[in-house]
Design a protein around this ligand. Sequence first.
Ligand SMILES: [Zn+2]
Length: 218
Amino acid sequence: MEGVFPRECCLCGFKGTFRGFCHPPRYDARCPQCNSLERHRLLALWLNNNPSILESNTSVLHFAPEEVIKQFVQRRTHYYKSADLEPGRADLVLNIERIDLPDASFDVIICFDVLEHVDDRKALGELLRVLRPGGLALLRTPFVEAWSKTYENPAIQTPADRFLHFGQEDHVRYFGADVRDRIRSAGFQLEEFVATEPNVSSYGLLRGETIFIARRPA
Ligand SMILES: [Zn+2]
């Protein structure tokens, strides 16, 4: 499906009409050249704005790697490892709740759309542990800003019920605004990067979409 307005992709440099994505479609969601979606462009924008984060000597661990982010990050640093729970999908097979890596092994961790699938308290504690002091975890998860409290419900167990209550068959909660408290509780210092204008209209971002920049204190 054709998009509506001309946009610019901050991952690959494409300028022109994007494509719709999802059902019902979000117009102007997908770059036709590199296939980036809104969240990928939001991350690329933050990384472009903070060029000192990815330098040649930065080590990056990328959970549940999305191809467009992988390629973008790999071009900018020499030490990049992807990781996934499922064998064959990434460089490393890792369980984010029990990461089989030494303490303080990486400078940057990218973890998009994982926390809503797992025990986030365990996962966040493990991400902190494997980051070097001063290192950054770049996190994204669906959350509802207007909910003060995360929706968890132990009665919801089947895939169909999880789809109904949590938005996807394999999601185990729906975070509220207190996702920030949960990240801080693991020991992180927290900043945020929010999709605002003029970036939303220029790059085809989702209004208000947020990336959490979680720093392990030095
Ligand atoms: Zn692109």
